[in-house]
Design a protein around this ligand. Structure first.
Ligand code: SGN
Ligand code: CA
Length: 529
């Protein structure tokens, strides 16, 4: 009899354990969506460009999947965020540029997750006015935000925090996860301001990064032959449009002594305002590293050729930019360790991406906006051990348009029909290899800072077709296989006549498929333009 009782108990226990396991495996996953601002894939060591080390972001590549050709549909901050939220192209969600109003009243994937029992939070940069809708908790920067002692709007209330923005953002994400209701799944949008201009690294990183020397990109001295008006007239050159004080950290007084011109009238003010946010001890630590660099520069300046000057400015740019990336990487490390400590690392999808790519001196540029590769593409890594095998790479043409439907899919929710992206869940799991073979891109913020002309276009596996319009009517065609740096526009090359014809046809089809048109282009032109 004892034996029967024992075996019944054993069977009961086994059944219970089995059920618990089944329940656990059917538990909806948590989502941590990490998006930094202006983080070029060239500045993530897993992408293999040899500029810097990002050991923590690289963990996502090691333990998950890295997309080599992920792209955005509009390479600018707020429009990219609107696409993320809505799963719709800019001309549909209305947020075509950083100025246009974003209507929070429209549907977004966070609202849908929330309605389906997810706890949701938005922490960091969103760059859109109004109280974010779809989030139980929000702590967002105002506009671009600040690096030191930043102002946040926490659930509608403005509050200045003490510390460094990248670390504070990470702290708030971890605190929110720690305090969550553990009976429900969660989704947090963890949006870093860094490495956005004007690149102020954390004090713990300035010494190391400012003493590094970085390899120059092959096109640093690009002369723009073989390209059109748009590339030639853009104002994002390290040599001519980068700011001496705000960007390169040459003190305004030294600018005057050396006769350096302010390119933007707010340059000196930006420098002063950024550094004025530091406490006395922070400022002293900062100056102890930057002052000697500037003193050396002042001594060398009179004998520097324009080439040497550009090289110096490129190094200064990389030192500060990559310095800010270091704290972003630290944050990813803290997050991954924390998820493990909490015992939820297996059931949490971690995505790392940026709101767009960025130029790190390619074509002598900084900034983004263009449909050329460095700014069209964006880093994308994803870890979800339950479905995604470790160490995978994919060159599929996924886009930020796909995030909303993909995240809903992971949560077991069908995406609304009017979302224009597709879920890449099956693709990421290696269960399906079908994917789109062409991506569509639009850009509108012109005339405006950096003066990148309005354009739209498509990219396929091998080719790219771009139409610049408004105050020009120019077409560009690139053969990315033969010309990966996009230095030769072959639109008028007879050897590409057939390719050109096919690409024009494809562009027409794609515009129709995504409901874009010349009427839209005209509708969004500047008023009176
Ligand atoms: C600021 C920057 C620009 C940048 C835009 C948009 N200048 O105006 O260089 O292109 O933001 O960036 S700054 O000197 O004020 O930093 S975005 O990432 O928000 O789209
Ligand atoms: Ca950005």
């Amino acid at each position: 009899r004892k034996l029967t009782i024992l075996s019944t108990t054993l069977i009961f226990m086994l059944c219970y354990m089995g059920e618990a396991k089944a329940q656990r495996s059917s538990k909806r996953p948590n989502i941590v969506y990490i998006m930094s601002d202006d983080h070029a894939y060239q500045a993530i060591s897993a992408y293999g460009h040899g500029l810097n080390q990002t050991p923590n972001i690289d963990r996502l590549a090691k333990e998950g999947l890295l997309f080599t050709r992920a792209s955005v549909t509009n390479s600018l901050c707020a429009p990219s965020r609107a696409v993320l939220l809505t799963g719709k192209h800019s001309y549909i969600n209305g947020k075509i540029d950083n100025e246009a109003k974003f209507y929070w009243s429209q549907d977004n994937f966070a609202k849908i997750l929330q309605a389906n029992g997810y706890q949701t939070a938005l922490i960091g940069k969103i760059h859109m006015d109004g109280l974010p809708e779809g989030f139980d908790h929000s702590a967002v920067l105002i506009d671009q935000g600040e690096y030191y002692q930043p102002n946040f709007i926490i659930n509608g209330k403005k509050q200045q925090l003490k510390g460094y923005v990248t670390d504070l953002t990470t702290d708030m994400v971890l605190d929110w996860i720690a305090e969550r209701d553990t009976s429900k799944p969660f989704c947090v949008l963890y949006h870093q301001k860094a490495p956005h201009r004007e690149w102020l690294p954390a004090l713990r990183h300035i010494k190391q990064y400012s003493s590094n020397t970085y390899p120059e990109p092959a096109t640093l001295f690009d002369t723009f032959e073989g390209r059109g008006t748009a590339a030639k007239t853009a104002e994002m050159s390290i040599a001519s449009h980068m700011n001496w004080a705000g960007d390169n950290k040459v003190p305004p007084t030294m600018m005057d002594e050396l006769g350096l011109q302010e390119h933007m009238q707010w340059d000196k003010a930006a420098y002063n305002n950024n550094l004025a946010r530091m406490s006395g001890t922070e400022r002293a630590a900062w100056d102890s590293v930057y002052q000697p660099i500037m003193d050396n520069f002042k001594a060398a300046y009179p004998k520097m050729s324009s080439k040497e000057l550009l090289q110096w400015r490129y190094q200064r740019y990389m030192q500060d930019y990559l310095g800010t990336v270091a704290a972003v990487d630290d944050g990813v490390g803290r997050l991954l360790d924390f998820l493990k400590e909490q015992g939820i690392d297996d059931n949490t999808i971690v995505i790392y991406t940026s709101d767009q790519g960025f130029y790190l001196g390619e074509h002598c540029w900084f900034d983004k906006r263009f449909m050329y590769e460095e700014s069209l593409r964006t880093p994308l890594l994803i870890r979800y051990p339950k479905e995604i095998a470790a160490g995978q790479r994919s060159d599929a043409l996924v886009q930020n348009l796909d995030f909303a439907p993909t995240l809903l899919d992971y949560a077991g929710i069908k995406a609304p029909k009017d979302m224009q992206g597709s879920s890449f869940r099956r693709l990421a799991a290696g269960r399906d290899s079908h994917w789109r073979d062409v991506v569509y891109y639009t850009y509108y913020e012109y005339p405006s800072i950096h003066m990148v002309k309005r354009h739209y276009g498509i990219r396929t596996d091998r080719y790219k077709l771009i139409h610049f319009y408004y105050d020009v009517d120019e077409w560009e065609l690139y053969d990315l296989e033969k010309d990966p740096n996009e230095l030769r526009n072959v639109y008028d090359d007879p050897a590409y006549a057939t390719v050109k014809k096919n690409m024009i046809q494809q562009l027409k089809k794609v515009r129709k498929k995504y409901k874009d048109s010349e009427q839209n282009d005209l509708h969004y032109l500047p008023k009176g333009g």
